[in-house]
Design a protein around this ligand. Structure first.
Ligand code: UDP
Length: 238
């Protein structure tokens, strides 16, 4: 196998990526398959940071629309990301892959606190680091957390895993005329309000020159192909 193009990446998986065919929660087969893919990256020497969303369990904004206090809902959402992170830790460890979960909220009987320098050390030692609890602040998303952590750990690439091939002008599952973008700038994504990541996350990446690849995580082996340098999905740059 050829040498990887990147030595350190940050992979963002939405909570929904763990659901499989289920309507919510974590599907054991799906998380196992994703863990295998991540383990394969580590085996060729790629340092992998992971941010997993919580949308398969709770989204603060949805809870707020049902009447729950928004900040409380957001803390519930952040805790949901910890549940997903622990499940991924378990799935990776079952494959013999060393992992550390680091949380932006202090829950240190369950996982480590997020300390940037320690996270980098874990990565250098070949451990997957799962960054849990988002940014630790309400009103943010795990896309913002992924951008922030990618910049903090000096990742060479942020990968956002989605259900479709990349960035489109409209939802391709609903609109057959949706245009696919293989390359675009952050300003184009922001100006055209394309469904890539929220504006906070996009601006952070734009201002810190963090390249982002949006790609389909449900295609087996696709993340490996990107890491080996293949041009699949959509590449967004400053
Ligand atoms: N959340 C938050 N601050 C953060 C990250 C997440 O308050 O920094 C909360 C927010 O309520 C969000 C939920 O956690 O809806 C789950 O995260 P997200 O919606 O980003 O998950 P995904 O859509 O990626 O599964």
């Amino acid at each position: 196998m050829s040498a990887p193009k990147y030595t350190r990446i940050l992979l963002k998986l939405s909570g929904e990526a763990l659901m499989g065919e289920q309507g919510s929660g974590i599907d054991p087969q799906t998380i196992k398959r994703l863990a295998h893919e991540i383990n394969d990256l580590c085996r060729i020497g790629v340092q992998v940071g992971l941010v997993i969303g919580g949308g398969n369990i709770i989204r603060g904004s949805e809870k707020a629309s049902e009447g729950l206090d928004r900040v409380t809902g957001d803390y519930m959402g952040m805790l949901a990301t910890v549940l997903n992170a622990l499940a991924m830790q378990d799935a990776l460890e079952k494959l013999g892959q060393p992992v550390r979960v680091m949380s932006a909220l202090k829950i240190n009987q369950v996982c480590e606190d997020y300390i940037r320098r320690r996270a980098v050390r874990h990565l250098e030692k070949g451990r997957v680091v799962v960054f849990a609890a988002g940014t630790g602040n309400p009103f943010f998303t795990t896309d913002s957390a992924a951008s922030l952590r990618a910049i903090e750990i000096n990742a060479e690439l942020l990968i956002k895993a989605t259900k479709v091939e990349g960035v489109y002008s409209a939802d391709p599952l609903k609109d057959p005329k949706a245009r696919f973008y293989s390359r675009l700038t952050y300003d184009e994504a922001l100006d055209q309000r394309l469904n890539v990541m929220d504006a906070t996350a996009l601006v952070l990446c734009r201002d810190h020159n963090m390249p982002l690849r949006v790609m389909n995580v449900f295609e087996p082996g696709a993340v490996m192909r990107v890491v080996l340098g293949e041009d699949i999905g959509s590449l967004i740059e400053t």
